[in-house]
Design a protein around this ligand. Structure first.
Ligand code: UDP
Ligand code: MG
Length: 306
């Protein structure tokens, strides 16, 4: 098998026939042997039946059904475990990642790159979402301990050796773009324009996107923990200045000290800072707890063609 294409699917029954149509023509033009692993991430609509139907028509399409909805990144992880190709391609199932770009990605792989990631030159989301994504990538770029390319999402091609590295990363909080960058090897970016969703609403709600952003930031950076130290140093610095001023007034002037406002301001400010830093520490501890439970990352319910 040369290519394995991994596509997580969550309630996409309207898109599957079109996805099948566009992928088939791309696979035929690639010319080499390939498989498509569709991961049903606990869909509640008729996506699974639609995938069954596609498999009946075309044996290259295989289906892995998870026991419930585990989320996008975990669905991709499951697909990686079952992929047998020399190169594995990760893409979304809503046709926002154009299958036609595979020709260029596989060409780069043949030219010797082990990771071909894609960089979004433009997106068709609303201004607020675009701003949120841009800020996230900038934050990651500034604070993460490894260099994660800007605007590079899941859509990518990974050589078998890189897939082996990802398979051996046991963490439960999975941020695939970060893990891919962490793996190293020779990487190259290919630019593309991200289309709008073919149909339906995004399955990654705002809450899920925020969770993913936090997973990414916290898995690949200790900067938030360090931020707590910086805030502590700044606050302590101000309180020393304040103390010096108060002592000066007490010893060398005869001004009456009113004091109530400044006391309340100081108490609420420091209280807020303590809660903030505790929250940051809590985020890390929560993730440590997730990791030490050692539960399986996903559970497979059914397999078709695998
Ligand atoms: N998806 C999934 N499980 C989820 C959420 C999403 O498998 O819990 C799939 C979804 O069907 C789609 C891909 O992941 O194929 C990307 O989701 P979406 O388009 O909602 O994300 P966005 O493009 O908004 O980041
Ligand atoms: Mg999408």
């Amino acid at each position: 098998m040369t290519y394995s294409i991994i596509i997580p699917i969550y309630n996409e029954e309207d898109i599957l026939p079109e996805l099948h149509r566009r992928l088939t023509s791309v696979l035929d033009s690639l010319g080499e042997s390939s498989e498509v692993i569709l991961i049903d991430d606990g869909s509640a609509d008729h996506s699974y039946d639609a995938m069954n139907e596609i498999h009946r028509k075309d044996q290259r399409f295989k289906v892995l059904r998870l026991s419930r909805n585990f989320g996008h990144q975990v669905a991709i992880t499951a697909g990686l475990d079952y992929a047998t190709g020399e190169a594995v391609i990760l893409m979304d199932g809503d046709l926002q990642d154009p299958p036609e770009l595979l020709a260029e990605m596989t060409a780069q792989w043949k030219a010797g790159y082990q990771v071909v990631y894609t960089v979004k030159r433009s997106r068709k989301e609303n201004a607020l979402k675009r701003f949120a994504f841009a800020s996230f990538y900038r934050l990651m770029h500034t604070f993460s301990s490894i260099s994660i390319p800007m605007e590079a999402g899941n859509f990518s091609l990974l050589d078998k050796r890189v897939v082996d590295v990802l398979r051996n990363m046991p963490e439960r909080n999975r941020y695939i773009s970060g893990m891919r960058a962490w793996a190293g090897f020779t990487q190259v970016g290919v630019e593309f324009h991200r289309d709008a969703r073919y149909s339906g609403m995004p399955k990654m709600t705002l809450k899920r996107l925020i969770n993913l952003a936090l997973d990414g930031l916290i898995s690949f950076s200790n900067a938030p923990l360090r931020l707590a130290i910086y805030i502590g140093v700044v606050v302590a610095g101000f309180s020393f200045l304040g103390a010096a001023y108060v002592i000066y007034e007490k010893l060398f002037t005869h001004q009456a000290i009113l004091g109530w406002t400044s006391t309340i301001v100081a108490i609420t400010f420091i209280g807020g800072m303590i809660l903030l830093t505790l929250g940051v520490i809590g985020e890390y501890i929560g993730r440590i707890y997730d990791e030490v439970k050692h539960r399986p990352i996903y559970i497979v319910k059914d397999k078709i063609g695998l």
